[in-house]
Design a protein around this ligand. Structure first.
Ligand SMILES: [Zn+2]
Length: 514
């Protein structure tokens, strides 16, 4: 297989060597566009035999579509659009390399305009070429669902100690980069500080999924470094990812496998003026230097052609090399719980109960509130369940009286709000202190010196007396409400608990026998 290196490729390799040896001299602003993407021919040489066969089948299909279109037996316009989920991996060393979410969204917007030919500078296409320009019919959106099914904004970031990146290590977390998301479901875009003066490079279709995607120099995003600061590097590299070749591929006698792009001897740089002819009569109108797959400045490229669209759309036919993206879950929103706005939640101690109340300003999909209580602030158990209002935009007030109280003086309450889909949200915890407990049942004095236990009970109930170890030391007795006393002369010196069980709950009072 013959290897063909265009002049730019050699320049890139040479520059790459120089820059690798002395990375500190890499200029902040690029003097010339350098794209690190291999040609289709070079790409095939990198593939394993099975991948090579698949790629060659795809190339044969693309060529067939081109012939059908030329013969008028197939439409150049693809039916339906394609929207591709995008994940952006930002691998940064300095703050400047940590591009903002806004820059990333601006980059996505540029891609969408350029691939739908709604870019405002489309009017700059010379009339001689305007008739062959086209909307590629591919759109891009930041993913909203990650490979694990969780919600995402489609952007992940990692700080690295590496000042520069060369090669695919930026795609490997083990080398300080970020791993690709499944390439069959997402377009992976890495943003980092590329070495060798490179603006970006792409992996053509059909290769190793772990390395599939596009790598961009951070300063090529919108707002970056002129003259490559309008996001067109991504447009160009995503073109490669969609199997487009440089428009000058192979020179005047070569081909980019697209029949409506004129032959061109080599890359154009800067901002040429029309006409710019490099292959004589072969290209009647000269070079289509404003094509996104040339090397001109961002401000001077503005077009794809119908032939390029056809080549891209072939990838999305059944079994096409990018067709699995059509079934990606990456743009399916993750159902998120809708808010129930709790504006107030309070707990107030009464004589023998705790009064709870809460108010919602609005509710969405609210199934119920579970009121939970703990005596230690940690081990909450459900006390009661109150049906929610479902969806309501007006204030709703809830009350509950907790009359079955445990012995603890301090009680803790919280609300567990449960949505119709089972999603659970907890309120803050409210604490209730119950000084009234002593009035509900009280042993006084707590020091028993004369063998008589004196008590006050707000309600009638059953009294038991237990040792510290829980052993019952008196037969259970029924007490009427009011004050009274019990003979405990037979109790040895020590600490005991008097436990009154009434309809209002259990009350415990400690006493000491001398
Ligand atoms: Zn390129």
């Amino acid at each position: 297989m013959t290897r063909f290196y265009p002049r730019e490729k050699l320049t890139q390799l040479i520059v790459g060597l120089v820059m690798t040896a002395s990375p500190a001299v890499v200029p902040a602003a690029q003097a010339q566009r350098i794209c690190g993407t291999p040609s289709a021919e070079e790409w095939q040489a990198q593939l394993n035999p099975a991948q090579q066969q698949a790629y060659q089948r795809a190339e044969a299909r693309a060529a067939q579509r081109q012939q059908e279109a030329a013969a008028g037996t197939a439409a150049r316009t693809a039916a339906g659009g394609v929207t591709i989920p995008v994940v952006v991996h930002v691998v940064y060393n300095t703050a400047a390399q940590n591009v903002t979410d806004a820059q990333i969204q601006a980059q996505i917007d540029v891609l969408n305009r350029d691939y739908s030919r709604t870019n405002p500078d489309a009017v700059n296409t010379p009339a001689a070429f305007a008739g062959r320009t086209a909307a590629v019919g591919v759109q891009f959106r930041l993913a909203v669902r990650d490979p694990k099914g969780a919600a995402t904004n489609g952007i992940e970031r990692r700080q690295t100690t590496a000042a520069y990146w060369l090669g695919d290590r930026v795609k490997m977390s083990s080398f300080g980069g970020l791993d690709a998301w499944p390439a069959g479901q997402y377009l992976n875009l890495w943003v980092c500080n590329l070495d060798a003066g490179m603006l970006g490079y792409a992996q053509l279709p059909g290769g190793e999924p772990a390395f599939d995607g596009v790598v961009l120099l951070y300063s090529t995003l919108p707002g970056g470094a002129a003259p490559y600061n309008l996001g067109r590097t991504a447009t160009h590299e995503v073109g490669h990812w969609l199997n487009l070749s440089h428009i000058f591929q192979g020179g005047c006698r070569g081909t980019d496998n697209v029949d409506d792009t004129p032959p061109q001897s080599a890359a154009n740089y800067g901002c040429p003026t029309f006409p710019r002819t490099s292959c004589g009569a072969a290209g009647a109108n000269g070079d289509m230097f404003m094509n996104f797959m040339d090397y001109v400045d961002d401000a001077c490229m503005n077009s794809f052609t119908a032939g390029q669209r056809l080549r891209v759309q072939t990838l999305f036919e059944a079994n096409g090399l990018r067709s699995s993206l059509l079934a990606s879950p990456g743009l399916t929103p993750v159902a998120t719980p809708l808010p129930v706005t709790l504006v107030e939640f309070g707990a107030t101690a009464r004589a023998t109960a705790v009064q709870l109340h809460w108010t919602t300003a609005q509710e969405k999909n609210n199934a119920y509130f579970a009121l939970e209580r703990a005596h230690d602030g940690q081990h909450f158990a459900e006390v009661s369940r109150l049906t929610g209002s479902g969806t309501s935009s007006t204030a709703r007030r809830y009350t509950y009286t907790d009359a079955t109280l445990p012995a603890a003086v301090t009680l803790y309450y919280r609300l567990r709000q449960v949505d119709l889909d089972g999603t659970t949200t907890y309120s803050e915890v409210r604490t209730v202190n119950r000084p009234e407990q002593h009035e509900a049942f009280q042993v006084l004095p707590t020091l028993v010196a004369d063998g008589q236990l004196r008590y006050t009970a707000a309600e009638a109930g059953q009294l038991e007396c237990c040792s510290v170890s829980g052993q019952r030391v008196l037969p259970a007795v029924q007490l009427p409400a009011g004050t009274g006393q019990l003979d405990v002369r037979h109790l040895r010196s020590g600490t005991y608990f008097a436990r009154l069980t009434s309809q209002a709950g259990v009350r415990v009072s400690r006493f000491v026998v001398e």
